[in-house]
Structures are given as C-alpha cells and as structure tokens.
Design a protein around this ligand. Structure first.
Ligand code: FMN
Length: 443
C-alpha cells in the first residue's frame, strides 16, 4: 500500500509492521503483562458516544489551540518514545521535522537514539525534552543542562517509570539497540532491506543521550537490566521540586492517572500534567486514561492545564479527550507507525489523518472551534459535569415595560436569529470547562 491509499492510522501500522524489524515493531505494539490496560486504552475511547447536532452553520472551522502557551495547529504533541531511531533510521530527526512543519511539539525521549544535540542541529524550532531521572543525579542535572543549551522550550518529566514493567515480547525478542547478530535477527533483517540500508548510512545506532555521556556505559544491550539498574526508584515529589528548580522553565508532569497525584502535581505549580499510563506499558491493570480524565478535570481542571495520552488512534479520539476536559493530547504509537511506514512523510501523513478526522468529527458534531468543544458534545456527560457545569435555567424574558404599538408584528427573521444567538450562548456556557486558573502562559 502506498501513502496516498492510506486512510487511517491502522493502515500505517500495517505498513510499519512490514518494514520495521520485528523486535522494534513489537517494542511499540505491546503493553505490560496481559496487555489489559493497553487494550482498555483504545476500547474505552470507542465506548464514548457523541451528540450528533444538525442545521448549524459549520463553515469556517478551526482546530488550532495552545499547549502551555505554545500555538499548535491541532491539539496534540508527539509523545516521547524511546528508540524512535530504531523504527526508522534517524527516526527522531524525521519525526521532529514532520512535527515542526505541521505545527505541533515534538518531545525527545531521554532514551532516544539521536541525541539532543543531533536533533537540535537538524531542526529550526525548539522541541521539548523528556527526562527520566537516573540514580546518578549529576547525570540528570547534566541532561537538563544539555536540554537548556539545545534551546528546548519545555521539560516533560516522566513519573510512571521508576522501574520498567515487563513486556513479554521484548524479553522473548532480546530487545537491544542495535540488534544483536543472532540467527533469528539476521533472518528477520534480511526481509527489511530499506531499514538496513538506512541504518548503514547513519551513525545513530545506540542511545545518543547516554552512551559516551555516562561513565562506563558502553553496553546497553540488555535494556531492561540497564534501566532497572540506572533509573532512580527513589524519585518522589521532593525530587520533582528539585528538578523544577533546576530546570526553571515550562514543566509538564507525565504519567499522572490518579486524582490524589493530580492534586499534588497541581499544588507543585507545574505548567501541565499528562494523564497517562504510558500507553499501557507500565502498570497492567491500571485504568484507561480517558476514564480517569473526568474526575481529574473535576479535581484540578481550574488549577492546571491537563493533557492526555494513551490510546489515541484517530482525530475522533482527540475530539473525545477535548470534550471530556483535556486541553490537548499526546500521541505515541499513532506517529510511531507513520514513522515506521515512511519516515518523515509517514509522520506527516499520521498528523494529516488526525487533523482531518478531528475536523470532520467537530463539524458533524455541530462545532466550529475546537476551543468551544466540551461536555455538550457528549451523549452522556460525566457525573461531575452535571455537578459543575450544567448552566442554570435562564429566567423567562421579561415583557417590555411599555407595550409596543404593534407587538404582534415581530419579524420572523429577527426572531430566528435571536434563537440562534441564544442557542450559541447556551452552547458556549455549557462548553466552559474549568480552565487553568492562570492565563500567564497563554501567548
Ligand atoms: C515504543 C514506545 C516507547 C516509549 N518510550 C517512552 C519514553 O522513552 N519516555 C516516556 O516518557 N514515555 C515513553 N513512552 C510512552 C509514550 O510517551 C506515551 O505515553 C504513550 O505512547 C501513549 O500511548 P499511545 O502509544 O497509545 O498513544 C513510549 C511508548 C512507546 C509506544
């Protein structure tokens, strides 16, 4: 299948499966243990039903908004994905360039193949950097310094991976970067000529932010063992404060999927949280993020900007997340499959698909501005929505003090437009979700 025949993210996934070496395709398309949370993340989106509104003027629509004050062409950002450069040679650079041109943020993982400096060299706009905190705090400080020096405009601190959960396929495949020359790998690579050719043409074949920067780390062949020996299991809220001070810039806390944690994160004064369960890759059995979004919005939606990831495979999923109170979203596999399928062009295709699906959903739901989308677009708004946002019944319009000479001569056109205006006002009121208290970050 060629890119012009691709109609949705799942088509890109099919192409990626053919082009990407098995161990890296499996690395992306897997969750922890039974993968129940991985499945729930997408299933939960499907269960949400939308209201179909008709006979509304849906011309001139806009799906652009802001994320922590940055303008975005659609409400999404590319999530940090480790080993992106193994899905496609120089994958981080391809993805960052596609994101830059499309007008959405790219987030570089600590566990990337291309280093912070390589990506900065290959792009012209600031990207975001995701931090994993290692036991060696000196190294964490060093990474923060490198991200600052590269001009990164936000730090995404991941809180849900102090230790690595088990993904069975990675163990069975002996996941490593680069792949070890075992017979099984060599046979598999023989069927991936484009990938092999690309890899031969780049020097970026191992963890660019780590190898050569941490003393004694030359071999990361057992990623699981390495991660569990290096990542800091003592990372707590005090550590988050330390990082916040050290970074002294826009900070997004990733991996919050619980109301109490969201409250602590909001108190701490971060710029945003990402309601995330790591795409179902960490705590198997955790709730789908879209199910956790309403109580979190109810608890802290007026204090902090809320983003959501895990399970987004279409623009309609983005619409649902926004309708449920998220300001924006992040996508992981949706762009990874595009990258595996066709590098930069594949990521662009993924973003185009999401934009088209988002716009079409918004139009058919009777809305024209993504910033106005809210609970009124859901067939069944969450219980918290009824408690907080249901607009008060309007008082009956008072009769004019002095009766007009000809009260019966009401103009039908004017009456119609008034009804339309009133309908619009009601829609706007219902939309008014809790927004971050401070507008200082909005540009
Ligand atoms: C292959 C893969 C690698 C990932 N690596 C990281 C990482 O290095 N750092 C991080 O914070 N999250 C990582 N994540 C989680 C993503 O940032 C994001 O939370 C998740 O992919 C969202 O779910 P989705 O893939 O269903 O969109 C990874 C996800 C995948 C699929």
């Amino acid at each position: 299948m060629t890119l012009d025949k691709v109609t949705d993210i799942y088509d890109l996934q099919k192409i990626a499966r053919r082009r990407v070496p098995r161990m890296f395709y499996d690395y992306a398309d897997s969750g922890a243990w039974t993968e129940s949370t991985y499945r729930d993340n997408t299933d939960a989106f499907e269960k949400i039903k939308l209201r179909q509104r008709v006979a509304r003027n849906i011309d001139n629509r806009s799906v652009s908004t802001t994320m922590i004050g940055h303008d975005v062409s659609i409400p999404t950002a590319l999530a940090p994905v480790g080993m992106t450069g193994m899905q496609h040679p120089d994958g981080e650079i391809h993805a960052a360039r596609a994101a830059e041109k499309f007008g959405v943020p790219f987030t570089l993982s600590t566990m990337s193949i291309c280093s912070i400096e390589e990506v900065a060299k290959a792009t012209s706009k600031p990207f975001w950097f995701q931090l994993y905190v290692m036991r060696d705090r000196g190294f964490a400080a060093d990474l923060i310094g490198r991200a600052k020096a590269a001009g990164c405009s936000a730090l995404v601190l991941t809180l849900d991976l102090q230790i690595l959960a088990q993904r069975h396929k990675d163990v069975k495949n002996g996941l490593s970067a680069p792949p070890k020359p075992t017979i099984a790998n060599l046979i598999n690579l023989a069927f991936k000529p484009a990938w092999c050719l690309g890899m031969l043409q780049t020097q970026n074949r191992s963890f660019g932010n780590i190898v050569g920067h941490v003393k004694g780390v030359e071999d990361m062949s057992s990623l699981g063992d390495w991660t569990n020996s290096q990542f800091d299991p003592t990372l707590d809220w005090e550590s988050v404060e330390w990082i916040k001070k050290h970074w002294d810039g826009k900070l997004i806390l990733k991996g919050v999927n619980d109301v109490e944690d969201a409250k602590i994160a909001a108190k701490l004064g971060a710029d945003a949280i990402i309601v995330s369960n790591h795409g179902g890759r960490q705590l198997d059995g955790a709730a789908a993020t879209i199910d956790m979004l309403p109580p979190i919005v109810d608890a802290v939606g007026d204090q902090i900007e809320i983003h959501l990831d895990s399970g987004i495979r279409s623009g309609q999923d983005i619409f649902k997340a926004i309708a449920l109170g998220a300001k924006s979203t992040f996508i992981g596999r949706a762009f990874v499959y595009g990258l595996g399928a066709a590098g930069e062009a594949g990521v662009t295709k993924a973003l185009q698909l999401l934009k088209k699906e988002l716009d079409l959903t918004m139009a058919l739901a009777g809305e024209t501005d993504i910033n106005e989308v809210g609970y009124q677009n859901l067939l069944t708004p969450p219980a918290t929505a009824r408690k907080v946002f249901v607009p008060k019944a309007k008082p009956e319009a008072k009769a004019p003090a002095k009766p007009r000479a000809k009260p019966a001569a009401a103009k039908p056109a004017a009456a119609k437009s008034k009804t339309a205006a009133a309908a619009k006002t009601t829609a706007k009121r219902t939309t008014a979700r809790r927004k971050p208290a401070s507008k200082k970050t909005e540009s």
